[in-house]
Write a protein that binds this ligand. Sequence first.
Ligand code: CTP
Ligand code: MG
Length: 620
Amino acid sequence: MSDTPSLHTDESRYSTAKLLRRLLALAWQFRVDCLLSLALSIILLLLGLVGLQLLGTAIDVIRHALDPTAVPPAYPFGWKPPANWSPLHVVTALSLAIVAQAVLRSVLTYSYNMTTVRLTQGKIVPELRGKLYSKIQRLSFRFFEVHGSSSIFNRLTGDVQNTRLFVDGVILQGLNMLITLAAYFLYMWKIQASLTLACLSVTIPLALVTHYYSNRLRPGYQKNRDLYDGLVEVFSQSVLGIQTVKGFAAESDRIKKFETGNRAVASQQQKIFWDLSVFTPITHFLSQLSLVILFAYGGWLYVQGRIPLGGGLVVFAGLLQQFTGQVANLSTIANSVQQSLTASKRVFEVLDTPIEVENNSNPVKPSRLKGNLVFDGVTFGYVPQTPVLKNLSFTAQSGQVIGIFGMTGAGKTSLLGLIPRFYDPQQGRILIDGMDLRDLDLDEYRRQIGIVYQESFLFSNTVAANIAFGSPYATQDQIEQAARAASAHDFIMALPKGYNTVLGESGADLSGGQRQRLALARALLLQPPILILDDPTASVDAKTEHEIVSALRHAMEGRTAFVVANRLSLLRRADRILVLEEGRLVQEGTHDQLAHIHGPYQDAAVLQLMDLAREERSAA
Ligand code: CTP
Ligand code: MG
């Protein structure tokens, strides 16, 4: 599917051995809870053995009562019934002990489950999810350009859950299984050694089958997660882009696309289940086989007179059944291993992504900046081999308005993105008040920059909260002042609940110009010495443009402002205009200067002036 985001990962970093080591480290981090959980399961195991032993003794007591020549019962745990007890008394006492054991086991099973859930859902999952979220928040833009948002969502939800499966579904279950098998084995060995070996011979093919299927399942899980990412991508894009979808009557197209993805996920899921549905019965069949061996070989031993047919054999059969049951559990554990390996790789990939733009070891916390900005031989490309800004040098003095003009794709937005240090240049440096951006504390620095994008993202929250997004401690007065400065106060007051009006998702209930003015108010509330405006009037009509421009006139006063614009209305107010062509600075000057020099600016200016004149003529 074309929507499937490509994943750029270093596979050697995620070899099975390395993933296992990291997952073990994760479990080690929660070792106290793991041990508690394990201790409870061992107590449960011992109680189960006690129950079986009591049952065996009870059978021997009954046999001995019926047939005094039979082997006398051996009482467990050094216990001896009082001499005056009849066999009925003894059996009743044993039965009561079995019931007590069962009740105790139920209580302990409950607390075992509670402990495990508290560990996995209460500790591991929130911890992983929190780590992942804060990492994603701090990652540089490039990460989001490479990974689709759906893939990121899926990692934060499903993959975190499956990663934790390694702790409860693999380590705890696995250790539990090993201890149980060892205990059962010793117990059975004590009852009858050769019978034990005969019955357990099936565990070898069982282990082989498990190994085979386990390797088969893994790529399936990986593919499944990738396909699922693609499916969620189609879905979320359709929701976010619903206007475009409907506008182009593309619904049935999108539905078809979703169906294709839906079917791909379904058939991949089915493949996994097909494998599982062969695998699980095979393991069950093999475990049943060991019971058949017990009856055949055990019967033969009995006929040979080498074992008595007493409670011991019943205990043995019980142990064997539980033993093979535990071995069959291997399939579940193997399945969990594969699921958690696949998921953890996806979680670790995010946690391991280097944060490209980061504070250096000893960042300078700037006090209020003046806003003298210097680009010194800056070359930058999203992919280092293809620069989109080439050897750019210019200076902006504190308080100046710098206009940036150029054709689409010339690199205007890219230039603006370097100012708040969203990216670092590959060559050259950028200085603010004489300091290299790379030496500054990122948060402190960015807080002194107000940004209005080509299109502004508004949160589904109140108008006031949207304006105060970057300044959570702003008072209502300050918010209103910023709104007035952005010429937004009047239209906000006309909204149903004024500043407390909750905006629809993505601010769908505001016009383009209103959204831009809210975004401007948000930027101004920061009182930033540096203001960045990326074509704020690109998508509005002439009247709204006029409103925004007059709002901006006040807004830019006393700040160093960088304004990308193609309309003369904004550019005319700039102290200096930089003209970009394919990432190069080709012209520089004021509107009046550039309008009189032959070049791309003059061409655009002439076209716009002609348009204006034509409009005026037709209006007259
Ligand atoms: N580009 C890229 N990766 C991005 C953003 C942009 O490779 N994440 C490329 C674009 O394909 C373009 C160049 O960088 O070739 C410059 O893009 P940009 O700075 O966004 O151009 P603008 O001048 O801002 O174009 P517009 O007027 O259309 O906004
Ligand atoms: Mg742009």
